[in-house]
Design a protein around this ligand. Structure first.
Ligand code: HSE
Length: 307
C-alpha cells in the first residue's frame, strides 16, 4: 500500500482551431506537480506557485479528489500539495492539468484501477467548476498525452502527430474577465449556419487527414478553417497581425490555444524560433506584452515518485 505519490501532469492546447471541444494536444511543458499523502480523514490542500483558493470545494484539485473519494468509496483522507507550473487563465489547460494530476494521484495512492472513461469523468468535475461546462478535451490530453479526439460520452482516440512537429505558444498579457473560459464560451453563437458547419467538418477532417499523412503542413492548414477562432479572436488585440507574422515566418498554421488568450503556431523545428519571435514582435507592435515558450507534443500524466 502506498502512503505518498507525486504526479506530474502536462499543459495542453484544446480545439486546435478545427475541433472545438473535440481535439486537444498535450504539451511537453509546462507541468503541474501534485503530491498526495494519505491521512486519517478529510482533504487538506496547499497551493504553491499561483494564487488559487485552497478550500477543497473551491479548488479543482480538491473537488476532483472529493469526487473520487465519494465515487470510489475511498476510506481515509489525503493531504494535497499542488505546485502550479501551468499558468492559470492562459488557455493552456491549467485546470485540466491539476484535475488530471488529482485523478492519476488518487488512482495510484488508493490502487483504484480506474478505467480510462472513469478517469476522464472525474477529471471533468474540475473542468465543470472552472468553465461552467463539462468538456473533456483538455483533461483527456493531459491524462493520456499526445493528440486526442474525444467524444461527449468520454470515449477517445489518440492519434500520432507528425514527426518533427513543434509548437510555439505565445501568451499575451491581457486583462480578461475572471471567469475567462465561461466568457470565451459566451462569445460563441448558439447555432452555426450551414456554411459554417460545412467549413467546420472540412477543417476537422483535414486535420485528421494531416495526422494520417504525417504532414505538418496539412495539420497546420486545418487550424485556419474552424469556426471557433473567428468568434473568439475579438478577445485578442492584434490576433490577425500575429497570425500573419507567424505564417510569414514559416508557421504551418496558427490558432487560439483552448479558450485563449494564448496563441499556438505549429511549425517545423527549423522554423520554430523565427515563428515564435515574429509572434512576440507582432504583439509588441500592438502594444501588448507577451511571453511564451516553444515545445513539442507531450506525454500524459504520470507518477514520478511513490513510497
Ligand atoms: N474546448 C474548451 C473551450 C477548452 O474552448 O472552451 C477550454 O477549456
Amino acid at each position: 500500500m502506498r502512503s505518498r505519490v507525486i504526479v506530474e501532469a502536462p499543459a495542453s492546447s484544446a480545439n486546435l482551431g478545427a475541433g472545438f471541444d473535440v481535439f486537444a494536444l498535450a504539451l511537453g511543458r509546462p507541468k503541474d506537480r501534485l503530491k498526495l499523502t494519505r491521512t486519517k480523514s478529510g482533504i487538506e490542500l496547499s497551493v504553491l506557485g499561483a494564487k488559487l483558493p485552497t478550500t477543497p470545494q473551491r479548488n479543482v484539485v480538491g473537488a476532483v479528489t472529493r469526487a473520487v473519494m465519494t465515487g470510489e468509496k475511498v476510506r481515509g483522507g489525503v493531504l494535497l500539495t499542488l505546485r502550479k507550473g501551468v499558468p492559470v487563465g492562459a488557455g493552456l489547460g491549467s485546470s485540466a492539468a491539476s484535475s488530471a494530476a488529482a485523478v492519476v494521484g488518487m488512482n495510484a495512492l488508493f490502487d483504484l484501477e480506474l478505467p480510462n472513461k472513469k478517469q476522464i469523468e472525474y477529471a471533468g468535475v474540475g473542468e465543470r467548476i472552472a468553465s461552467g461546462a463539462a468538456h473533456y478535451d483538455n483533461v483527456t490530453a493531459s491524462l493520456f498525452g499526445g493528440f486526442v479526439l474525444v467524444s461527449k460520452d468520454k470515449s477517445f482516440t489518440r492519434i500520432d502527430t507528425p514527426h518533427g512537429l513543434v509548437l510555439c505558444l505565445v501568451v499575451p498579457r491581457l486583462k480578461l474577465p475572471l471567469q475567462k473560459t465561461r466568457f470565451a464560451r459566451s462569445l460563441l453563437p448558439k447555432r452555426l449556419s450551414v456554411d459554417e458547419a460545412v467549413a467546420a467538418v472540412n477543417a476537422a477532417s483535414r486535420m485528421v487527414y494531416g495526422l494520417a499523412q504525417n504532414s505538418i503542413e496539412e495539420f497546420g492548414a486545418a487550424m485556419n478553417g474552424g469556426f471557433v477562432d473567428h468568434y473568439r479572436s475579438v478577445m485578442i488585440p492584434g490576433f490577425e497581425h500575429v497570425k500573419e507574422a507567424a505564417m510569414k515566418s514559416g508557421a504551418a498554421g496558427v490558432c487560439i490555444s483552448g479558450a485563449g488568450p494564448a496563441m499556438l503556431a505549429a511549425a517545423k523545428r527549423s522554423k520554430a524560433k523565427n515563428v515564435f519571435d515574429s509572434m512576440t514582435d507582432a504583439f509588441e507592435k500592438e502594444g501588448v506584452k507577451s511571453e511564451g515558450f516553444i515545445t513539442r507534443v507531450g506525454g500524459g500524466s504520470r507518477v514520478i515518485e511513490q513510497e
